[in-house]
Design a binder for this molecule. Sequence first.
Ligand SMILES: Cc1ncc(COP(=O)(O)O)c(C=O)c1O
Length: 341
Amino acid sequence: MFARKQIDIGYRDLTAALGYCLWFGFHRRELSTDLESLWSEDDDAVAALSVRTAFDCWLATQNFPRGSEVIVSGINIPDMARILEHHGLHMVPVDVDLHTMEILADEVEDAITPRTRLVLVAHLFGSRMDMEPVFEITRQHPDIVVVEDCAQAFDGCEGYRGDDRSDLSLFSFGAIKTASALGGAMARVRDADVRARMRSMMAEYPAQGRAYFFKRTLKFAALKTLGLNWIYTAFTQACKMFGVDYDLLVVNAVRGFRGDLIPLLRRQPALPQLALLRRRLRQYPRARLDSPSTSRPARESSATYSAPLRRPRQPAQYVVALSCFHREQNRTGNRPARRRL
Ligand SMILES: Cc1ncc(COP(=O)(O)O)c(C=O)c1O
């Protein structure tokens, strides 16, 4: 029995993370500056606890009128929808072509109304869609800004950092992401004012403690070990004997924010968390992303899914883990009528 996911972090990194928890010489400003200069030479990077944290904070700086419409890729994690809802924004989902994982420019154009303020493009399952058609359309609508959700699209330290024309691009280093740092996110924010406001807003958030991060590291070391075939086989058999749904157990164990989402998002990462992210960004080997073949199963490495491809690898496995915004909207009854301009 193979676990359907291997956490993309080694025991050395996990040991280093435990060591960082015991080291009191870190300074937040210094770690953040290091991360931001590692991420971008244009001085436009911001480090955050998660993609969801950075997105929520960026939305707070935008002051879009309540009821503004946001055109979104039709597949994303439900929390991105919840954050938009929290800011009083209406999602207008456009379908994702399940073969290419791209949204169609025509559909984006059809979805634009006088209330549209934002297009949120998600690069899904390690694929990366061509942003040119999106910018061709938004160029005609100066009120509309573009955000790239690249949470699943990290392709190495020298790789893609988001299109320079995007107002915001977001990369995740969460527990189940490529080059996992068990959490953390890097954003590029085009507008210097917005960037400064985000930094000062996030600086007010309460910080996660080193004890929390120590426990989190131990938990993911245990989960990584659980992913070894023979251990996973024994685990699933034991779960079956006791009538426990092992899949649900594992999914719950890796879930990031449990409880009231928005206050949980509004936190600064623990200092050892930032130190681990810096280590990952400095050391993540490009070779991990270049070598795998499409036929490799998921257990090889999560890195398999974020190589700089235009085509997704095994998307069907992942669609179940994400959520379709259409379905989310049925729940909230939140779908606005589309009007052509
Ligand atoms: C497409 C997409 N967007 C956003 C996120 C959120 O990333 P984070 O966990 O850093 O908030 C994820 C994480 O699974 C994701 O897959």
